[in-house]
Every structure is written in C-alpha cells, then in structure tokens.
Design a protein around this ligand. Structure first.
Ligand SMILES: [Zn+2]
Length: 465
C-alpha cells in the first residue's frame, strides 16, 4: 500500500497478445454485454437490483475475481478483488450496476431492455451509464488472466447500486470497509469521452448542493386589485432574494462564497487551454447569441474551475392561458450550486442559509441533496502510466480534464479514503445517458476493454522508487 513509484523509469509492456485475444473474442464480448444490459436494474424503482447484483458478482467470480455482495442501508455493493502482484500498485475500479429509469418509453426506437445494434452502436438503458463501461474493465481483467495467468497489478472492483440516486450510502460504506478498500488509486470508467471524440483522463468533478426556497404571503390567493399593495407578494420576495445572490456580471454575491475556491495550478491552466472547443459552433447549436456572463471567461474554465448558481425552477401564481390578476399566496424556487475544490456542501449551504436569513428572514430554505467536489493533482505519479496505457490501446494521447462539470461521488475516495481518483471514460460523447435511446459505440466498448488491460499492465510496470 501507498506504493511509491517513479513512472519515468518504467518499461513499456507489450500487449500484442492481449489485444489479439480481445479482437478474437469480439462477438462473444458483445454478446455478454447484451446479456448484461437486457437485465433491468432501476435503483429509483427498486426493479431488478438484487438479481443484477447476483448476476455481475457471478460474472466476476467465474473469471477469477473473488466477489461478494455486501449489504448497505440501501441497495447492495458488489465487491471483487484479486491480489496477484505483491509490490505492484492496487487499483480500485469503481462503477455502478444500477441504471436510470427508462421513461419516456415511447421515445425509444427499440425497447430499453431489448438491446439492439444499429449503425455500430448498441442501444439499451444502462449500456453507457454504466454497465458497458465497467464490464469493459472486468473483461480487461478476464483477458489479462486468459493471456498471462495472473494480473500485472492488484485489483479491487467496487460496483454500487445507488449511483443514480446520488450514492447516499457510499460515504458510510467506504468508512466501514476502509480496510478492504486499501488501494493506491481509483479509476472510474463512466461518463462520455471529450466532446471532440478524443479520450480523456478526468482528475476531478465539481460538487453540487441543491436547495429549495419557499416564500409565503397571505393565507390564500387574493385579488390583485383589492389586495395588491396591501398583502406582500411571495413571488416578489423570491425575485428580490434571488437578485441579491448573483449580479448581472455573473458574480455570485453570497458573502464569502468564493473564499475557498482554490486557484488553478499551472498544469490545470495548461490542460484547460488544451481542450478543443468551437465556441461559435456551441452557441449556434444551442441557439444562443453569446455565452453567459462573464463573457471573457474561457469555455472550459466555466465548467471546470468555477462554481455556478442555477435557478432550476421558479413557481407560483398563474401561468396558464390569458391573464389572471391574482396575488399568489405562496412561491417556490429550486436552485443548485455546482461546487469546485475546496468548497464543501456544509460550508456553502451554511453561507446560503445565512444569506437568506439576512435578506429575507421570512423565506424558508430547505436543503436537498449534496455532494462534495473532488480533485486529484495532474502531477500524480499514476498519471503517466494511465496516459501510456491509453496511448497503447488507442494510439493517441488523452486530453486532461482538471474537473468535469457534473458531479460523481469521487470525494468518498479522495476525501474519505485519501486516494488519488481518475476518470477514464470509454463512452461516446452522444451516449444519451439518462435519456431515451442510450447507446454505446461498439468500437468504443472493444477499445475500452483493451484500454483497461493496457492501463493495468502499465500500472504493473511502474518501478518502485
Ligand atoms: Zn448516470
């Protein structure tokens, strides 16, 4: 554990036999992906969860990963492991076997749990998010074992069943199983590759905290002529309150909001500047004239390096046809804040709450879900073997993404287990995860298996310092 390594002195493993093995089993591997994704495992509805946990634990056991199902206060975790390489790093492969609900069903061209291949893509709920991606990692282990008889580094596979619910029990799970999760690094294959189609290594994710604001006026809706100017209007209360939270220059004006935003490192700045983007094409595709304020902020800085405050919904009064001169008696706003390192959910929710108390003490604030951000330094000793593994399997170096815009529970690894955590996604950028017609390009699935194997081989070839 806490294996120190000097990647610059590593030897390049030859993977010709493993890549040939994967190519020779292409049809069989596609068939096994189809068999996995045709089994629903919808965590939100509690459908198929236990069956699919059993199924994937069985797959892992048969190929030589000693696996078991571990109960949690929610849906179970599947935990597998194999320690073949004393002295080599131990990598924890994280994924999730649960999927999003498939609704709306009538928007699917083929039913969500009847996997169908069209134009080189497999269409099924969960094929990209996340079954096809962690199955690729598992088949990478199988291919290495078939070709070599043992693994080049030690592997722990952790598949949870509640990622699509926000991973509510992962913090308690990793605390309770800290001893069994003794790894040197974490790799997650989830989410899409970069928008440009280039593969990437993600070093972090933004966090998120959601909250609702509730404003109340009179005890019932009133006539705006008879009571307007007499009874306060809760919609105005929310509009004024929200107006104090962000100015028209795009700055969040909640006291102390930016206090813990870490400045970018040189490597992060360089990585962000390297990410390809055609801003004109993006704005055109979105039907926009320009990007949000501040106008001069570079595109990927917005998604990676800065927090945001989004009003998700503002409700109250009348929104139907024609006019209704009503003075509504209640109003609601739902908001989320995307957090960057080293902001925390506790810190930022506390600051929002204090802000609401000061500016609109009658408005109620209700905390909803939250997840801390996570970041691993780009100059981690594991970056080089991951990069080399991707080049070996794909022939092209990956882009480096300092932090993804969305949120994943990586903080349980970086903050609770104090391990470096890397995202190495395999899915196409248009995988339509969480949407109808979710799909995975078959070529990316096959390349994902090779990439997974090459990364394990390169980690195993790290020279102890
Ligand atoms: Zn998802």
């Amino acid at each position: 554990m806490n294996h120190m390594a000097r990647p610059s002195s590593q030897t390049r493993p030859d993977l010709t036999d493993v890549f040939a093995y994967v190519d020779a089993r292409r049809q069989e591997f596609i068939g096994r992906l189809i068999d996995y994704v045709r089994r629903p495992s919808i965590s939100a509805h509690g459908i198929g969860i236990g069956e699919v946990a059993e199924y994937i634990a069985g797959v892992m056991n048969r190929l030589g990963l000693e696996s078991r199902i571990v109960p949690t206060a929610g849906w179970p975790v599947v935990l597998g492991q194999r320690a073949d390489a004393p002295g080599a790093p131990t990598v924890l492969l994280y994924g999730h076997y649960d999927v999003q609900p498939p609704d709306p069903l009538d928007a699917w061209l083929s039913p969500p749990f009847e996997p169908t291949i069209r134009d080189g893509r497999l269409y099924a709920r969960g094929v990209g998010d996340n079954k096809g991606q962690h199955l690729a990692q598992i088949l990478a282990v199988e291919s290495l074992l078939a070709c070599r008889g043992s693994l080049p580094c030690n592997v722990i596979v952790l598949l949870e069943g509640e990622e699509e619910l926000g991973s509510p029990h992962m913090p308690a799970f990793v605390r309770a199983y800290r001893a069994q999760l003794g790894a040197d690094l974490v790799i997650t294959a989830d989410g899409p590759v970069h928008e440009s189609g280039r593969s990437c290594i993600c070093f972090g994710v933004r966090g998120v905290v959601s909250f609702e604001l509730r404003a109340r006026g009179a005890n019932r809706d009133l006539h705006s002529g008879n009571w307007g100017g007499v009874a306060p209007n809760p919609l105005w209360s929310l509009v004024h309150l929200l107006g104090t939270m962000k100015n028209d220059r795009g700055e969040i004006t909640i006291d102390g909001f930016y206090d813990n935003v870490e400045p970018q490192t040189e490597l992060e700045r360089a990585a962000l500047a390297d990410l390809p983007v055609d801003v004109a094409a993006v704005t055109q595709e979105l039907g926009l004239e320009h990007l949000d304020q501040p106008r001069d902020r570079p595109f990927y800085d917005r998604l990676s390096a800065w927090p945001t405050l989004t009003i998700n919904g503002l409700h109250g009064g009348y929104g139907g046809q024609g006019s209704k001169t009503v003075l509504p008696h209640e109003a609601f706003a739902k908001c989320d804040i995307r957090l960057v390192e080293a902001q925390t959910v506790e810190e930022i929710f506390g600051k929002v709450e204090a802000h609401v108390r000061r500016h609109a003490p009658d408005v109620e604030i209700i905390r909803q879900g939250g997840m801390d951000p996570s970041k691993t330094p780009i100059d981690s000793p594991f970056t080089a073997p991951l990069r080399q593994g991707i080049i070996a399997a794909q022939g092209e170096p990956p882009l480096f993404v300092p932090a993804m815009g969305g949120s994943l529970p990586d903080y349980v690894f970086t903050k609770i287990l104090r391990l470096p955590a890397f995202g190495v996604p395999y899915a196409n950028a248009d995988e339509a995860n969480h949407a109808p017609n979710e799909n995975l390009e078959i070529e990316r699935f096959i390349t994902g298996i090779k990439t997974g194997a090459a990364i394990l081989a390169h980690l195993g070839a790290m020279q102890p310092a």
